[in-house]
Design a protein around this ligand. Structure first.
Ligand SMILES: NC(=O)c1ccc[n+]([C@@H]2O[C@H](COP(=O)([O-])OP(=O)(O)OC[C@H]3O[C@@H](n4cnc5c(N)ncnc54)[C@H](OP(=O)(O)O)[C@@H]3O)[C@@H](O)[C@H]2O)c1
Length: 291
């Protein structure tokens, strides 16, 4: 039986790709969005958009009605998980049968990240779940860091010489879709039905190495500047990023600088049956973003 699938964060980096892939497969995908009129225009008629806001419980019943499988993401702006759990409880009440959660690498051990508490909350619901624990997205380079690369020819982040096992969100979406479209096995023991994967690229690279790839692919010199943290904070805030978001970035880049972002696994290869997308290919595919 084909499942009814609801995708949260459908306008975000990963959600957009999940919706696109499901729509290409002619799956009856529903995009849970805050602005259904705008989103409907961009998704087209294959995708149904429903109003959904984690912070507005009035949107839950209609969004979850008839849904079998839920692609769940936590919006970066919501760090208090008490603002996520009401939607999870509503999903349970509506009979959602499986949750595919976009998590973060190390979430099983790192109690500071909200994903740790969300994984525990999902476990308590006793809904079968798949935790996709992802490393750092390549697509941060064409979103958050786009203007620094495009206008100032620099990779501007305080990551030292630490390596990062960058992953392309298109691989994450393909894996999410694999789970969203597979039959789940109700006979399995609950202890067996929560599965977790560490999704990384095939290699870990320093930002100097990434700058060299940019230089070679887009054909002009791109430099890695590795600014001191106070300069990074000041300049990112000057560029208009909220201080709280910049401080989260400092935490992420400090983790990389200390050598804790370089884990490489074979989970993507095993799940997709092909190598993860390389950063060379990512830069080639997105090169228009930095011209
Ligand atoms: N970036 C990384 O390197 C990385 C690595 C591992 C894990 N993660 C995790 O991945 C998640 C982010 O995924 P992403 O990059 O695909 O997202 P994203 O591009 O940052 O987009 C955020 C999405 O959340 C939606 N949203 C915001 N507030 C909402 C609310 N109150 N109710 C419902 N939807 C809301 C936005 O919709 P609107 O269009 O309405 O704004 C948008 O679709 C985070 O949990 C992050 O921690 C990120």
């Amino acid at each position: 039986m084909i499942a009814n699938i609801l995708v949260t964060g459908a306008t975000g980096n990963v959600g957009t790709e999940v919706v696109r892939l499901l729509s290409d497969l002619d799956y009856p995908v529903i995009a849970a969005v805050r602005n259904p009129i705008e989103s409907q225009k961009s998704f087209g008629s294959n995708v149904r958009c429903v109003p959904f806001d984690f912070t507005n419980s009035d949107t839950f019943a209609d969004a979850f009605a008839g849904i079998n499988k839920l692609f769940l993401m936590r919006p970066p702006a919501i760090s208090d998980i008490d603002r996520i759990t009401p939607a999870l409880n509503a999903a349970k009440r509506s009979g959602v049968e499986e949750i595919i959660f976009l998590s973060i690498i190390g979430a099983n051990k790192n109690i500071i990240v909200p994903h740790y508490a969300i994984e525990r909350a999902i476990e308590q619901l006793n809904i079968p779940a798949v935790f996709l624990r992802c490393s750092f997205f390549m697509q941060n380079l064409n979103t958050t860091h786009r203007e620094d690369i495009r206008l100032r020819d620099r990779l501007f982040m305080p990551a030292g010489n630490g390596k990062t096992s960058f992953i392309d969100v298109r691989d994450i979406a393909a894996i999410a879709v694999k789970f969203l479209t597979e039959e789940h096995h109700q006979s399995q023991e609950l202890s067996e039905i929560n599965r977790a994967y560490d999704l990384t690229g095939a290699v870990a690279l320093t930002y100097s190495e990434v700058a060299t790839i940019f230089t070679n692919v887009i054909g002009r010199p791109i430099h890695y500047t590795n600014p001191p943290i106070p300069i990074f904070i000041w300049q990112m805030v000057q560029q208009g990023f909220p201080l709280q978001f910049v401080l989260v970035m400092v935490g992420i880049y400090t983790t990389a600088r200390l050598g804790f972002a370089d884990l490489v696994t074979s989970d993507v290869q095993q799940l997709l049956g092909c190598s993860p997308i390389s950063i060379d290919r990512y830069v080639e595919d997105y090169r228009e973003c930095w011209l």
